[in-house]
Design a binder for this molecule. Structure first.
Ligand SMILES: [Zn+2]
Length: 330
């Protein structure tokens, strides 16, 4: 007999990646798995499920179920199932019991205030199998709560669903959610929404065009201090196989506290298994900083700043022309 599954987890517990993997497993066995998600009012109607890790897959909307011939499918997978309405969960139950098609739902259990979502409520009530997908809080305890973060602070009141807002969500254990305590210091890789860090990256590299050239293909890491973005770094692979630090920026009001060093040490550690050298292109002012981390001057790209930047870059009263490449053995 087919079953209705509810697999719930906090933000960042790889629910969407799991959903995509299950679909892939069906396809590998020569079977069809239909990927669905609820369509939220006002949300741009993209028929795609996407995960924080960067994986994505095409999908249909739950609202389109009537127009889909389900007899062709061996399984139905629903992402973002917390947003389902009661009638939609009821419909999924009917598909399981009436057509004998398994339905696997992935979603959050509770919202940022700790209340069940409508979809989660009815899935908890009616699913045959309820499974938890675990993830951890910054303290190492199991994360069960989803904190809404705005301006570096945990927010406890507001609309359950905010569309197109600037807030972000982070998984916390119940204690740290209740106290509104974010990680004292953590480094995260950002896969989606990289462009929102542009103002910070511009502090280390004043050309938007240059940043655009390496941000999309590069790896963006951000340093968060109590939920506030203190710094960012962009790492990329070079054509010669070595790694290159393309940008290392510390927010103006966060400077002089060792955050640049923290980020750089982290980048060096990340690069170690991936090549034997880490390069950085920089200007005279920063040479001493990088020397402290084992970098040595390697070569100079003459006229780099003069050629690639529309506005002259002035550093300590001198217009920059050449870029100094420094290298560190890994
Ligand atoms: Zn915690």
């Amino acid at each position: 007999m087919a079953k209705l599954y509810f697999r719930y987890g906090a933000m960042g517990s790889s629910k969407t990646a799991n959903a995509i993997m299950v679909q892939y497993n069906y396809q590998e066995r020569g079977q069809n798995a239909l990927m669905l998600k609820p369509q939220l009012d006002n949300r741009d109607g993209e028929r795609v499920v996407g995960s924080r890790s960067g994986l994505s897959a095409p999908c249909r909307f739950v609202e389109e179920l009537d127009a889909i011939d389900l007899s062709a499918y061996d399984c139905i997978i629903v992402d973002e199932a917390q947003f389902l309405k009661k009638e939609q969960v009821r419909r999924l139950v009917d598909i399981v019991d009436g057509m004998n098609i398994p339905v696997i739902c992935y979603g959050l259990r509770a919202d940022f205030m700790g209340n069940l979502f409508e979809g989660s409520h009815w899935l908890m009530a009616w699913a045959d199998t309820i499974e938890e997908i675990k993830t951890v809080c910054w303290c190492g305890r199991k994360a069960t709560m989803n904190a809404r973060v705005a301006g570096g602070k945990v927010v406890k009141a507001g609309e359950q669903i905010v569309l197109g807002g600037n807030e972000s969500y982070v998984a916390l254990c119940r204690k740290h959610w209740a106290r509104g305590e974010l990680a004292p210091l953590e480094i995260r890789r950002i896969a989606a929404g990289k462009e929102s860090y542009l103002p910070l990256l511009l502090e280390a590299d004043p050309s938007e065009a240059m940043i655009a050239g390496y941000l999309e293909g590069g790896e963006l890491y951000v340093l968060l201090v109590n939920g506030q973005t203190a710094g960012a770094a962009v790492l990329a692979a070079r054509e010669d196989g070595a790694m290159e630090l393309k940008n290392l920026a510390v927010a103006k009001d966060m400077r002089g506290r060792g955050y640049g060093a923290k980020l750089l040490n982290h980048i060096v550690k990340l690069c170690a298994p991936r090549g034997d050298r880490l390069y950085v292109g920089t200007s005279p002012k920063n040479v001493a900083f990088y020397e402290k981390f084992g970098f040595v001057k390697d070569y100079v790209v003459e006229g780099f700043f003069a050629e690639h930047y529309a506005e002259p870059i002035v550093e300590d009263g001198v217009v920059l022309t050449d870029m100094i490449y420094m290298v560190r053995r890994l």
